[in-house]
Design a protein around this ligand. Sequence first.
Ligand code: SF4
Length: 496
Amino acid sequence: MYEFAVTPAVTQLRRPGVIITEVTPASLAEELELEPHDRITRVNGRPVRDYLDFRFQTAGETDLIFQVKKPDGETVEIEFDRDESEDFGLMFEQIVPRQCANECLFCFCKGNPEDARPSLFVRDEDIRLSFLYGNYTTLSSITEDEMKRIIEQRLSPQYVSVHATDLKTRAYLLGVEESRADISDKLDRLLAADIELHAQVVLCPEINDGAILEKTLRDLAAHYPKVISTAVVPVALTRYNTDKRLTRVTPEFCRRTIKEVEKLQKEFRKTLGVTFAFLGDEIYIKGGIDIPSRRHYGNYPQIEDGVGMVRSFLNQFERMLQKAEPPALAGGTKSRTHPSAMLPREIYGRASGPPAYAGGSPFGAPAYAGGSPFGASAHADGSTLFGTFLTGEMFAPILRGQIEKFNHLTGSRLAVLAVPNTYFGGDVSVAGLLSGKDFLAVRDKIVGDYVIIPSVTIKSDEPIFIDGMSYDQLKRQFPVPVYDLDTKGLLNFLAR
Ligand code: SF4
């Protein structure tokens, strides 16, 4: 779930241009006397709507004229030249997402508690964010301007929620008329212009499964390689989704779907050379079927959508284990408590740098700066680790299996606790949607000197959980220090 700052979209529509938020000291922008709050409205006479436009209008240009609206209303023109690769030293406001006009049966907004943060109700449907962050759009209300923009500015690949190529089914799922649900012409036009697409199917039992799913996957595969891949992810219903038309995903349904899709995957590998249609990790986990091998996922084309994350994690963990030293070799066998682990304060900065692979991790993408248990880890000097990982019910058995191997190898006493999601309830078992209260509910079951939670549970621009509890509030209520880690941080922590 991608969460947005809540700014009325209408504000940006009324004001053309893109607002500067930061100017790098000693940069070209500073030399040009550009300042935060200035709004660049035109570049070389062409209008600028957002920073994507700015990037597009300035790319490769060395002779430039900026039209700039100052905060006091004055408009100035700045004419200058630059070296082709010279950076401006500018940071811009975020794109305010365009909202969708659908009424999807399974929309996550309908699954939110009433008192959820307003930003969780933002129904984004924005081709710019699709290009920038891999957010899926349905293309059902895309305007002619947006179509032209994708093609002109090469906003490729786009991520499209197809759900079903059977028109009646698609219209039913999106809650719109068939004329609006029909995107066949738009898809043809994008593909003809060599715009690449990744597709998604949110799989709803008894609606777009079985023969409808097979037709969808075959129809999309017919456009490979321009349609690069398709993710099939199961609908996840919270306890607030009470729509009687929706059926919950069961283990039996998962096993049946795996069987049906496996046949197609084999066929696609034979005819296209790639798996092409990828089932969400949850389908394998819920069905009790082993996660496919590394080869199945190729270059992980749907990792942004969480598909293949478990395989990627398992492989990284195994590599880390191969390098881990048994305690006897490292010179120590006794589990001990590192003194710094007992101090409820932040010892080191959190793990930094990009995730090990694009698009996040099963343990969570980096969120907000918090503490790190690295100070508590003395693994490399022969001591062992003693603490508890908290994660979602879906990922917990997988992490536990790996941690048990790690404990066996190193003599550590790390535990993994599955945290039930009481905030959303229903089928929600992913780590990323755990709330502060969910963590507190398992406080009495933790063991060891510290607790590690997935970074992804903390809002990216503010240290709060999905239920509004602050990270500090949570830390105060735990008897031991609480740290947050993403996958890379977790592996680094264990490898030390
Ligand atoms: S496209 Fe559907 S699921 Fe997505 S925000 Fe709109 S209504 Fe919700």
